[in-house]
Design a protein around this ligand. Structure first.
Ligand code: F6R
Length: 371
């Protein structure tokens, strides 16, 4: 049931304040006079000790689920203190990459049925790793075959393009990071800020959804483009990859997410006065580096669309003209949850304006059950 919406993708984008609330429900303790701020993931509690002792955490997924893992990687590394590596499921299998008993392997999948991810899970089980599932489908194959796990509780996702599952996956992995990380004195302030940030997310997502009309107007300008680049780094490298994936899979427009740090190592050659480029430049430790990326793109007359923190329009757009999209600020590691929303809206409106099928893009299936 699409309710007041025209498409499932649209409904699922707008549902995110609620889906994020259900993802967190009963799992986060706000803290108060007698209780400390903390996180409770029932499905993991008997395995946390083993996870904390692991030599490496390897996170495995495909497509959007891989991107969500990449978005959460920095906070997972920071709070756990354990090296975190990332694997696209098919690539791990193609290489038969090393997986050890001392590893914790985390499988991220909305459907819980993706063939590549499932094969990678069987492979990791054979190699003796502790296997954790993060899925949106309770009795799915991945949920059943993993040693333990966390359900993302985002609610049924029908649109082929994953939207609300993406943001809920990031939130679950941020909670996983809190659960694995010890409550040491040195990490207390950061942990408290992340927990407070999680509580604020639904209302901040509600706020960023108000950009709907602005993103529709932007889509009108981009309707006839051949290609759209997206530059991100740090916490928002994943946002660039995921934004580009949304645009290509539903709007059927070529789009590429690029790690901004790699700009001079090739992609800069593409920049001219015609090619539209989205730059994600919200406030975090990488902000000044992104400002200089913007200046260099300006110097090549790049057509820029900059996503920045509210109030930063003047400081991101020096040395040229650009279209600015201002978003609310949250704790840096959670900013990807906010930043993806305007790009989901852009992909949605581009698709409708270009006359393509939003909920069932050609050639794609919701659940990819063959390798
Ligand atoms: C993109 C998309 C796909 C899936 C991928 C993995 O919008 O939906 O890239 O993310 O096929 O699917 P799950 O998460 O079900 O394993």
């Amino acid at each position: 049931n699409k309710g007041k919406y025209e498409h499932y993708m649209q409904k699922e984008i707008h549902e995110q304040p609620e889906s994020l609330t259900t993802t967190m429900r009963g799992r986060l303790i706000r803290g108060g006079s007698s209780k400390a701020k903390s996180v409770l993931l029932g499905g993991l509690k008997d395995h946390l000790k083993t996870i904390r002792r692991s030599r490496r955490i390897v996170v495995i997924g495909c497509g959007t689920s891989y991107n969500a893992s990449l978005a959460a990687r920095p906070i997972l590394e920071e709070l756990s203190g354990i090296p975190v590596t990332m694997e696209i499921a098919s690539d791990l299998l193609d290489r038969q990459g090393p997986v050890y008993r001392e590893d914790t392997a985390v499988f991220v999948s909305q459907s819980g049925e993706t063939a590549d991810t499932l094969r990678a899970l069987e492979y990791a089980l054979e190699n003796g790793a502790l296997c954790v599932g993060i899925t949106n489908t309770v009795s799915s194959a991945i949920a059943r075959k993993t040693d333990c796990g966390v359900h993302i509780n985002a609610g049924c996702e029908i649109g082929v393009a994953s939207t609300k599952a993406y943001t809920s996956q990031i939130v679950v992995m941020a909670m996983l990071a809190l659960a694995i990380g010890g409550d040491t004195i040195s990490s207390q302030a950061r942990r408290a800020a992340v927990i407070d940030g999680l509580f604020q997310l639904p209302s901040k997502v509600k706020e960023v959804l108000k950009l709907d009309q602005e993103m529709k107007d932007l889509a009108k300008l981009l309707i006839a483009e051949q290609s759209l680049l997206m530059f991100g780094r740090g916490y928002n490298y994943a946002t660039a990859l995921e934004g580009a994936l949304k645009v290509k899979e539903v709007a059927l427009m070529h789009s590429e997410g690029i790690l901004a740090g790699e700009m001079k190592h090739g992609p800069l050659a593409l920049v001219d006065e015609n090619l539209p480029i989205v730059v994600i430049a919200t406030r975090d430790a990488c902000f000044s580096k992104q400002q200089s990326v913007i200046q260099q793109l300006h110097a090549r007359k790049g057509r820029l669309i900059v996503i920045c923190t509210k109030g930063d329009a003047a400081s991101v757009c020096v040395g040229g003209s650009c279209r600015v999209i201002e978003v609310p600020q949250v704790e840096d590691c959670l900013q990807p949850v906010i930043n993806i929303v305007p790009l989901q809206l852009l992909a949605y409106h581009l698709t409708v304006l270009r006359g393509h099928n939003v909920d069932q893009p050609r050639n794609l299936a919701k659940s990819v059950t063959t390798e």
